[in-house]
Design a protein around this ligand. Sequence first.
Ligand code: GDG
Length: 727
Amino acid sequence: MPKTIIISNRLPIKVQRTEDGLTYETSEGGLATGLGSIYKTDDNIWIGWPGTFFNDTAEQEQVTKDLSEQSMRPVFLTESEIHNFYEGFSNETLWPSFHYFSQYAVYDDTFWEAYQGVNGKFCRAVMEHAEPGDTIWVHDYQLLLLPALIREALPESTIGFFQHIPFPSYEVFRLLPWREQILKGMLGADLVGFHTFDDARHFLSSVSRIVGWTASQSIIDNGSRQIMVDAFPMGIDYEKYASLAASEEMKEKQKEYREALHHQKVMLSIDRLDYSKGIPQRLRGFELLLHEHPEFREKVTLFMLVVPSRDQVEQYRELKETIDELVGRINSSYRTITWNPIQYFYRSFPLEELSALYSLADIALVTPMRDGMNLVCKEFVASKLDQKGVLILSEMAGAAKELSDAILINPNDLGAMVRAMQEAMIMPEEEQKLRMQHMQEVLKRYDIHHWVSIFMNRLEYIKLKQMSLATEYLSEEERDELLEAYTNASQRILFLDYDGTLTSFTNNPKHAKPDTELLQVLGCLAQEDNNKVVIISGRDRATLEEWLGHLDVDIIAEHGVWARERGQDWEMLHHLTSDWKSEIRPILELLVSRTPGSFIEEKDFSLVWHYRKVDPGLGELRARELGNHLQYLASNINLQVMEGDKVLEIKNVEVNKGLATLSWLEEHPHDFLLGIGDDRTDEDMFRIMPKEAFTIKVGSKRSLARFNLDNTKEVRKLLQSMCAVEE
Ligand code: GDG
């Protein structure tokens, strides 16, 4: 039975070596809770590092055995791997870069090699357990290369990837020397998830500019696979925090704390020690509040918990010193005999204490400079049973997108921070309740269980979509079948698109002239009496005439405006007008003057705007703009706007390759049909052709064709083998 495999750098357990032997303490983190419903059932497993070094084989075996009873599979890492891969590349290169602190990013090849090595080690661990059909869910920035490694080893597998930290804008991401390898690693997944739409947007923009793969409606089509990119804001285990806060024990604790704090207002701040969390800025804001608003002195205490983290790293050590100094300065400047402005703790607390603090606090100060999501603010809201309390939240936290009823601030704007604190201090209870109620409704609904199920649901969806759109590669067997049908037939029609099918794309369409090899194969097929070779293209008739007119082929030009049977004159397939051009041409000309690299191609009955050489992103944006602008105008004058590969074509509605193909089929009896094409306009041709026809899409984008071939080279090879049949 297919299973689900979860992979993260750390296992949701802390293994420790004590005098009494090995101890195992399960994690209560949100992710572990949410995924608990998955990895603890059936044969599902969680793969990751157990958090302690085990060099002794016997000990490793023991840990593996003990963990396997809890559905976990350890990946043992050495001290040097942890140093270079985890503390190094993950935390000193990726973490600062992704949190917009590029000035702290270390670019070190030793770190990068270790990162690749450990991702490979994780891949081998996955391969020990994975089987075709399994669903694999990879987590976070320590394992960005893993999706592609798994894809290579198990091409058909279902792979989801979720990044818990932000994805920076292209301008910041591009600074990384290994940017392309990183993106390609992530793109091994079928679904790439982030906390916010902005992260997803930034990722798509980097992929388009660095890898060259563009997306339509958040789905990247790389030619062989579709990859969905979406936002999945992670929720918390709402019930857990709400019920903890409701317990008698917690109420007692809260009362005790409240008395000790002399019934002052409590501002709460909880973070891991990290420069992304904006702790010094928050302290400066608090200092300014006390300075500018003496009325709040002795009326408010800032309860500040900083959880030790990464303190071997230089920046973190410096940050700790800055915080210590600031706290010292503020406390010594403002304290009185009975009041200490800041209660500062540099250690971690048990969950119960945390819950008591959440319930007790009047104001939560969550002001990171940048945060993927931030769960602390959500836990605070869930713990507010009486709905009294104010959340001050940084716009730079992913959570701000959902918690719009918080007081939102820019953490760099100290003035705004002080005003927000002042507002929070005097906010009427009714308003507090109203805001809190709204936020609780959101968090209750979008909790951690919802997050897991929606991610899994989308992963299943994209996999099904991939399957439904997949055309089958023309196998050896089917090729033989095609050749046999071809040999046995006496009235064959071969519809062949030109650009992207018989020749590859060039930056300048005029350069795509047929070469000798192509002329030879077309000539060979065309001279056969039983064959009708039809070149069906969007190009203008003059070019097609010049390039292919000397062969014994039929030509359909401009997607079916003009046609010419061999040996005859050009005929217009529909009676069309081109009066509309004078109205549309100025719009396109204005667009060209605003968009360097683009140009207009004029055909008898259509106008085409080309943007292949335009800055990626800008071209698509302008094409959408033009599409929207023309939609209304075009429908009134019987025109259609057709999107192609980096082109937008405006022409009469009657014109398409489908109608042209149909008129050929009606007029010419046939017992063998072949249609080959590569772009959207060829889909009209595939649609019109009978089911038994051999329809072939070049590339593996979604298609109505029965089969696909990878490129023009393979098309030519097929045509050559048809030629050889005749000889
Ligand atoms: C990353 C992203 C994203 C804190 N102190 C104690 C303690 N905590 C718990 C909190 C909360 C968790 O740690 C911190 O989560 P955050 O989301 O705030 O931050 P990161 O650790 O940086 O997490 C972040 C998250 O991944 C999830 O995707 O939201 O943006 O950076 O749950 O309660 N727990 C205990 N004692 C403490 O002293 N027991």
